[in-house]
Write a protein that binds this ligand. Structure first.
Ligand SMILES: Cc1ncc(COP(=O)(O)O)c(C=O)c1O
Length: 392
């Protein structure tokens, strides 16, 4: 038998590839052929990591920090993260409750391993970050997708939890700011959701990976209202460190021994030079630079949001965070993937079809990332306008 006849494990077939990857590959091909492509599909900042972080990474290598670290991360970084919660959010977090992970992705993996037995369900909004569903599937669990709309700011609410919780539901998962909608859950709602989840004896997972990237509103943390929440975060987005693969998890004290045990087994430790580099991420001069970048993201949001609305797209809730606008295009298509493909081919603008984020409304929505300069966004809007007019 050749391996080409081998039956891979069933879970692999259940994990769909991202449509955006096909679009990204095509966008790169078009660029290689000399086409000018504007990237609005990619979910990462267009800035490189802060120079302070890059220098600290070099220094870590020169200092010989090339071995494993403790599975939960180097103590200095866990302490620095705890201090960050205190300075930025006025919240006390014991460093012993912080586990440093390979990206927020590593934290999501550990949580799925910790919480999900075969057949268990984890409630999450539809639309949601696609990997969440797949992490649950990896552990033979199920994602319980709850269609959400403008009335709940495209987020799960306490009512959703009360209404949809079943005897198989183990946890509810939020992301604030959300990918793909850029909408937030405020502290009052977080408190209500926490109460609703705890009344069901469930666990609350709050993905705060876009924390710090909020515009016109203060960034928040679920830890301000719920000490028992599992909070996921990352150096990827606000700190501009996607490629360093570094994130963290704040967990209730009682879960830490189990999480550390899992981390030891799954990845031994997060990347060592990255951990030392990340120490520089909290320096005041680094934060000042990151705040300038945040202001730039705000300018882009303020440009792009009305421009897309003027093109007739439906964006009923103002996105207040992350760097995404999730727009309804049901008057233009019922096949978002094809629409994104055509837009790329005809006008060289790459976007992400709603299909990657869920089921409900997925064929009539598209996500625009504003991780590109205002000049490029302006050009993109001109091209999208032309594309829409041609088909009218
Ligand atoms: C909502 C959300 N959670 C988690 C992740 C994973 O990020 P990372 O592993 O880079 O920290 C992403 C990445 O785009 C995301 O959008």
């Amino acid at each position: 038998m050749s391996l080409s006849d081998f039956q891979w494990a069933n879970r692999v077939a259940d994990i769909a590839p991202f449509h955006v990857m096909a679009l990204l590959a095509r966008a790169r091909q078009l660029q290689a052929e000399g086409r000018d492509v504007i990237h609005m599909e990619i979910g990462e900042p267009d800035f490189t990591s802060p120079p302070q972080v890059i220098e600290a990474g070099h220094q870590a290598l020169r200092d010989g920090h090339t071995g494993y670290t403790p599975a939960a991360g180097i103590p200095e970084l866990r302490e620095a993260i705890a201090r960050h919660y205190q300075t930025a959010y006025g919240v006390n977090v014991d460093p012993a409750r912080i586990l440093v992970t390979p990206g927020a992705s590593g934290a999501l993996l550990l949580l799925a391993a910790l919480l999900v037995n075969p057949g268990d369900q984890v409630m999450m909004a539809d639309p949601t970050y696609p990997c969440n569903r797949n992490f649950m599937r990896l552990f033979e669990g199920q994602s319980q997708l709850i269609p959400v709309g403008a009335d709940s700011h495209f987020q799960l609410s306490a009512q959703h939890i009360e209404q949809h919780w079943t005897d198989k539901t183990r946890a509810a998962m939020l992301a604030t700011p959300s990918n793909p909608t850029g909408t937030l859950v405020n502290l009052e709602q977080l408190a209500e959701i926490s109460q609703a989840v705890s009344a069901k004896n469930g666990a609350l997972i709050c993905d705060e990976i876009y924390q710090g990237l909020t515009y016109g509103v203060e960034a928040q943390t679920a830890l301000a209202v719920n000490d028992d929440a599992f909070v996921i975060n990352s150096f990827s987005k606000y700190f501009g460190m996607t490629g360093w693969r570094l994130g963290w998890l704040v967990a209730p004290e009682c879960a830490m021994p189990e999480l550390e045990k899992l981390a030891q087994n799954v990845f031994l430790s997060a990347t060592t030079p990255s951990q030392y580099a990340a120490l520089a991420a909290f320096q005041p001069d680094t934060i000042a630079l990151l705040e300038e970048r945040r202001a730039e993201f705000a300018r882009r949001r303020d440009y792009l949001l009305p421009a897309l609305r003027e093109l007739g797209m439906s964006i009923p809730v103002t996105p207040e965070g992350a760097f995404y606008i999730y727009a309804g295009i049901d008057h233009l298509t019922d096949d978002s993937f094809q629409w994104c493909q055509d837009l790329l081919e005809e006008e060289g603008v790459a976007t992400t079809p709603g299909l990657d984020f869920g089921i409900e409304g997925a064929r009539t929505t598209v996500r625009f990332a504003y991780a590109a300069s205002i000049d490029k966004l302006e050009e993109a809007v001109t091209r999208i306008g032309r594309f829409i007019q041609k088909r009218a």
